[in-house]
Design a protein around this ligand. Sequence first.
Ligand SMILES: C[S@@+](CC[C@H](N)C(=O)[O-])C[C@H]1O[C@@H](n2cnc3c(N)ncnc32)[C@H](O)[C@@H]1O
Length: 258
Amino acid sequence: MRDWNPDLYRRFEDERTRPAAELLARVGLQAPRTVFDLGCGPGNSTELLMARFPQAEVVGTDNSPAMIEAARQRLSALRFELSDIAQWQPEQPPDLVYSNATLQWLPDHEQLLPRLFGTLAPGGVLAVQMPDNLDEPSHRLMRETAAEPRFAAHIGDAATVRARILPAGGYYDLLAPQADEVDVWRTTYHHRMGSPGDIVQWLRSTGLKPFVEVLPEALQPEFLAAYEERIADAYPARSDGSRLLAFPRLFIVARKRS
Ligand SMILES: C[S@@+](CC[C@H](N)C(=O)[O-])C[C@H]1O[C@@H](n2cnc3c(N)ncnc32)[C@H](O)[C@@H]1O
């Protein structure tokens, strides 16, 4: 994938950071020494970790140079590392491995989640939130638009663009054998958006990215316009004219056996 765009991502930062805060609220650790934010993006989630655990060494990692640069500018006192989660291995076992809105971009969760959990110190916590929205109109309509012949020639099989995450019970089963406690829950947010164009902008920096970036530049506006038309029908105007973007998210907080 091409590099991420921190400015576009930050446009809806309040909405994107809310699940990060609600994930952190369920982490019961009192004074962790080492905390990692995997897929830290522009540092919005790392900032929450720093505020909650001021005594800890908080490290943000991301495989996007643009995101790491934005995070370093935002939180100059913290360490940020450019690394791919698929290969990430801490030097010492951390007390908290936290990842908000990132692991859905990685495949093979049956191996990945137990491996990340296994890096923790005894009693350490793995806290993960992932969008669970591939069956929402927002994502179904990306695939539908991508299947139009003028776009399909470039995008290929839209169903394979992003792997599905597991059902809640799948994560429970993977982590429970090494855990004292596994808490899994799913919440649907209904984000208030000003217009269909805002919904497209929201997704432009995340879910739409792999569809749009493989298109020739001349075709990109056509794809976004065709997608926005569908979005306008699927998310009707509410009583005040705004649109509600339904956004289900899966949360996991697991404490490793001490
Ligand atoms: C949706 S943003 C989440 C940012 C932030 N954690 C938040 O709570 O808003 C996803 C981030 O994951 C990063 N990312 C995606 N795949 C990754 C990988 N394999 N290794 C490391 N970072 C990855 C992206 O670069 C991006 O910054």
